[in-house]
Ligand binder design. Structure first.
Ligand SMILES: NC(=O)c1ccc[n+]([C@@H]2O[C@H](COP(=O)([O-])OP(=O)(O)OC[C@H]3O[C@@H](n4cnc5c(N)ncnc54)[C@H](OP(=O)(O)O)[C@@H]3O)[C@@H](O)[C@H]2O)c1
Length: 333
């Protein structure tokens, strides 16, 4: 009788113990393919508290100690965006594979440097753009590829939420702002549908007194006349929606947040359903990026086909292009 070889669970190291690290570790706990092996925090006490909660074997009071542990295979970087470059580099230089929260870095030059370093060391590197690994997003991509949408002429997407003054997103020193945290979702979705190299990028933003972009509007125009109209912001009641307009089909996601939608319907021009897809999450939606990262690591791949580095870098380039157009905007308060 042949015996199935079950690969050993991937030993994760968790870098940073904030809000998303907690959510992600709750997901990892439910995956038999994963072991939350170690946690690293800037404080030993925090690492131990977190480690106890998620049953980590090793708890470190510095990120340097975390990456030096030879048992750690794959590090989940869950620090603020402005620290990602430094922390991912630390991991790669210590020979660790990395799944890093979005946005990967603040600049495309930094992202390219990390990508080159991962290639040189033959290590896995992926931005944790969880949407791109989820079943409903992959179904929309299939509708794009198989022509069910026809020519996609327009994408409209918005992601507004209300952040308190105390939130890291409202603080310049923590690299806050809407673009790299929220509007990155509409931008990523639009690029996945229309392409990563628009002919024109136009952007406006309201910048607050702490030099944080609290609202922005981005227009992308493509060679074939397709366009995207995207908005995001931190100073509004929560509103998240996506509308995709193709010559053959349409998608409207309003009741579910498009970046974590589970059910999606393709309709015709009379708004009659053509196909409905139900991609109910196995857990909470973060399992797909975790499973993708672990299967790439086990297969010896250096990047994910679902979240390729070139696309990650190109989205950061577009965000840089937006920021470059904001310098003349007066503070909004
Ligand atoms: N995919 C998603 O759905 C999602 C959702 C929310 C956030 N995110 C992303 O996840 C990242 C972290 O967001 P978060 O909301 O979890 O932030 P958070 O709650 O502020 O946690 C960030 C953690 O990073 C560590 N850290 C390292 N250097 C720091 C510094 N200079 N200041 C403050 N904390 C520092 C801290 O852990 P220690 O004290 O243990 O060192 C802190 O708890 C961001 O890139 C964000 O865009 C993704």
């Amino acid at each position: 009788m042949s015996q199935e070889i079950v690969p050993s669970p991937v030993r994760w190291g968790i870098l940073g113990t904030g809000r998303i690290a907690r959510i992600f570790c709750s997901t990892l706990k439910a995956l038999p393919q994963a072991q939350i092996y170690a946690v690293g925090s800037r404080s030993q006490e925090t690492a131990e508290r977190f480690g106890q909660e998620y049953h980590a074997e090793a708890c470190y009071g510095s990120y340097e100690q975390l990456v030096l542990d030879p048992q750690v295979e794959l590090v989940y970087v869950a620090s603020p965006i402005g620290s990602h470059y430094q922390h991912v580099k630390l991991c790669l230089n210590a020979g660790k594979h990395v799944l890093c929260e979005k946005a990967l870095t603040q600049s495309s030059a930094e992202a390219k440097e990390l990508y080159d370093l991962a290639q040189e060391k033959q290590l896995f590197l992926m931005e944790a753009m969880w949407t791109k690994c989820q079943p409903a997003f992959l179904k929309v991509m299939e509708w794009k590829r198989n022509g069910s949408l026809g020519v996609i002429q327009g994408v409209e997407a918005r992601f507004y939420t209300q952040a308190t003054r105390e939130h890291r997103l409202m603080k310049n020193r923590l690299q806050g702002g809407s673009l790299y945290d929220l509007t990155i979702y509409p931008l990523t979705y639009a690029c996945a549908l229309l392409g990563y190299e628009p002919k024109e990028v136009h952007a406006l933003a309201a910048i607050d007194g702490d030099q944080v972009d609290v609202m922005e509007s981005i227009q992308l125009l493509y060679e074939n006349g397709s366009f995207a109209s995207l908005t995001g912001g931190l100073a509004c009641e929560r509103q998240v929606s996506l509308y995709v307009h193709g010559t053959k089909g349409r998608i409207l996601l309003e009741s579910e947040h498009f970046f974590k939608a589970q059910r999606v319907t393709l309709t015709d021009w009379n708004n009659q359903p053509v196909e409905t897809f139900d991609g109910t999450f196995q857990i909470d939606g973060y399992e797909y990026e975790a499973l993708e990262a672990m299967s790439c690591v086990r297969a010896g791949r250096t990047q994910s086909a679902l979240v390729p580095m070139e696309e990650t870098i190109q989205v950061i380039r577009l965000m840089e292009a937006c920021q470059a157009q904001w310098s003349h905007i007066a503070p909004c308060r």
